[in-house]
Every structure is written in C-alpha cells, then in structure tokens.
Ligand binder design. Structure first.
Ligand code: 13P
Length: 261
C-alpha cells in the first residue's frame, strides 16, 4: 500500500465569528508544532470556515502549515449567480481547498449530482483541491443501497473528463452519522472506503486508487479517531462539531496517530 499523507479537515459549517479565526489558528498552530508527527511532512490540516471568514483565515495561516478551504464554490468563474462563491476568487485569495457535495448542500439546498459536477469542474479549472463528499441516508443503508448510492455519487468523477490525482480527496460521510453522535463503526467505514478505492481503480487507474485520500466524516471525536484510523483505507477525517474547539480537533489528530504507531 502506498503511503498516503493523513489529512485532517475541519468543516466549521455556519459556526464561529470572524474574530474567532486568528486566535483559533494561532492556538492550533502552536499545538501542532508540539506533536510527534509533523504537520506538512507527516500529515496535512485544512480548516474550512464560512466564506466570510476565508480572507482572515488565509491571512492568519500564513507562515503556518495550516491550509484553508471553502465549504462550496460556484460552477463559473463569474457572472449573475447571486449568493455563489467564485472559484477564481478562492484561488485569488490563496484559498487552496474546497469541499463539494456535502450532505447538507445535497439535502438542505437540493444540490444534485449535475450541479456538483459543474462546481467540481470549475474548481479543478482553478487548480483548487477538492474534498468530494459522498454518503448514504439511513433508509438507504437499511435498504442495503449504500454502495449503489456512493457509486452514483462518484459517477461525476467519470464525467469530469479525467481526475487530477493530486487534487482529489473523497470524504465518506454517512448522512445518519453527521451531527448525531453515532459514528459508523470502523468496519462499516472500512467497507465503504475499500469500495471507493476499488471503484477508483476500476474506473481510473491503480495510481488514482492508491493516491486518493479517503476521509471518514460523521461524529468523529477524540475517543473514536484511533479506532477508525486503524483501518487501512481510512486516510483521515472531515470533522464537524469536534473541529470547533482546538482541544477536541487536536485530540482527534493525536489519537489517530496512535493507531499508526
Ligand atoms: P459532525 O462531525 O458534526 O458529525 O459533522 C460531520 C460533517 O458533516 C463534516 O463535514
């Protein structure tokens, strides 16, 4: 198995104030520098705050190894698209990452695969790194349709005409585990992660399958990160609630490292 660099991404959703950004990043950076594993060398950390917080976040993270991501982006560089965020401007402000297809976007704002594909292409046109979220609802899991749903959500990668291997991360986030306190078991996560990795292999290449990091998201906490990370196809986490405090986000990172020695 090729060595993939762990990735810990914080999805702040619509939380925190702009004035929280600088102290959070300074505190987190101080703590990251004390860890045994070294950020940038052994693992990566991405913070995805709300759009209003991106500029100060990019500013505060200068001279640190912390990277910044947006929570969504538009499907075009510019134009009459009220409320959208231009991927070109994300690049202009040095925001390198973007989360796409989050379940809250899919379910609360009715973003379908076609819309997410447009955003994906536009993000890649600007050389942004994408965290593409996939995952099934509870009825879909109960109906044994998990892999079918995930496979359908992955299809947009085929339609994107080639994936830039170094700019794709897939996050498996079962909808029933998001914000519920009920995480997927390590075996449940591994089963779907392995499915995703095999899908990448049969639809793209060995190298795409080996290089692409597959994150787990859904009620990740310091006390379950070690066990989840013990699975071979779990390459990191996309964390919601527990990423809002430096102590719990850091606890997740520290414990995850215990599982890999
Ligand atoms: P929670 O960690 O709060 O369950 O949220 C997961 C998530 O949606 C991350 O994108």
């Amino acid at each position: 198995m090729s060595k993939r660099k762990f990735l810990f991404a914080a999805n702040w959703k619509m939380n925190k104030r702009v004035s929280d950004v600088a102290p959070f990043i300074a505190d987190l950076n101080r703590e990251l520098e004390l860890l045994k594993g070294k950020v940038a060398q052994d693992f990566e950390v991405v913070i995805a705050p709300p759009a209003t917080h991106l500029l100060p976040a990019v500013d505060s993270s200068k001279n640190t190894a912390i990277q910044i991501g947006a929570q969504n982006c538009g499907h075009a560089k510019s134009g009459a698209f009220t409320g959208e965020i231009s991927p070109q401007v994300l690049k202009e402000i040095h925001c390198e990452w973007v989360i796409l297809g989050h379940s809250e976007r899919r379910h609360l704002y009715l973003e379908d695969d076609a819309r997410i594909l447009g955003r994906l292409k536009a993000a890649w046109d600007e050389q942004l790194k994408v965290i593409l979220c996939v995952g099934e609802t509870l009825p879909e899991r109960k109906g044994q349709r998990t892999t079918q749903v995930v496979e359908r959500q992955l299809q947009i990668l085929r339609e994107a005409s080639g994936i830039p291997e170094d700019r794709l991360v897939v996050a498996y986030e079962p909808v029933w585990a998001i914000g519920t306190g009920e995480n997927a078991t390590p075996d449940q996560a591994q089963e779907v992660h392995q499915f995703i990795r095999n899908w990448l292999k049969s639809n793209f290449s060995n190298s795409a399958s080996e290089k692409t990091r597959i994150l787990y998201g859904g009620s990740v906490k310091p006390d379950n990160s070690q066990e989840l990370m013990g699975k071979p196809d779990v390459d990191g986490f996309l964390v919601g609630g527990a990423s809002l405090e430096v102590s719990s986000f850091l606890g997740i990172i520290k414990n995850a490292f215990k599982s890999r020695g």
